[in-house]
Design a protein around this ligand. Structure first.
Ligand SMILES: [Zn+2]
Length: 214
């Protein structure tokens, strides 16, 4: 039997190993297949290496705990709000990955510098203004800034990526981090050339329709 909780734990450990997250920072959630309006989320402040399925928490779209003995991630309100408003998605990943956070600290968005970013996000990764972590204000600002994109930077904080499936949201978190590093280093050396808007839209469309084993 496939268990979405095991997929979440595996993703959390992979993100720890690839240094997309440090220590207990960041959080991951995914909708429970076949169940309406609820999702599994990582617990607050627990070591990803020690997580078992029983540590994950089932939460409804209002952010209330339905099942689980742990306290859910402090960013549960942000996850709940995004699921409420973006019904097409199945998973959310939040990291404090280094280079993406650097760009957020500079108060900039990440422009489409590489095709994977344009294809995965649909254009630049927008920047949401600063808000305290764990607040519904943070969720509202993130959702508003994200618009119809699949990623958003949180100023002085980190990144949120979304996907139809968990794999997609995790992959996008890695792509956003790579793009942030490439943009940063290219900016140090000169003026980065960006992928034109029209090509971003085309790449996004092609990726959604044709990429992978579809
Ligand atoms: Zn955070």
């Amino acid at each position: 039997m496939s268990d979405i909780r095991l997929e979440i734990i595996e993703a959390a450990r992979a993100m720890l190993e690839s240094r997309l997250v440090n220590s207990t920072w960041g959080n991951i959630s995914a909708k429970e297949p076949g169940k309406k309006e609820c999702f599994w989320i990582t617990p607050s402040g627990m070591d990803y290496r020690k997580l078992t399925p029983e540590d994950l928490v089932l939460v409804n779209f209002s952010g209330e705990v339905i099942r689980g003995r742990r306290k859910p991630s402090t960013e549960t309100p942000l996850h709940a709000l995004i699921y409420r408003e973006r019904s097409e998605i199945g998973a959310i990943v939040h990291t404090h990955s280094l280079m993406a956070t650097v760009i957020g600290v500079l108060g900039r968005e990440i422009p489409p510098v590489i095709a994977e970013l344009a294809a995965g996000v649909g254009g630049p990764v927008p920047l949401a203004p600063f808000a305290l972590f764990g607040t519904s204000e943070l969720g509202e600002l993130a959702l508003k800034a994200m618009g119809d994109r699949r990623a958003v930077l949180l100023q002085n904080h980190g990144v949120v990526t979304i996907g139809s499936e968990l794999d997609e949201a995790v992959r996008l978190a890695a792509i956003v981090e790579d793009a942030a590093a490439i943009y940063y280093y290219a900016s140090l050396a000169g003026k980065p050339i960006l992928i034109p808007n029209k090509s971003c839209a085309e790449l996004y469309r092609i990726f959604q329709e044709k990429y992978g084993q579809k």
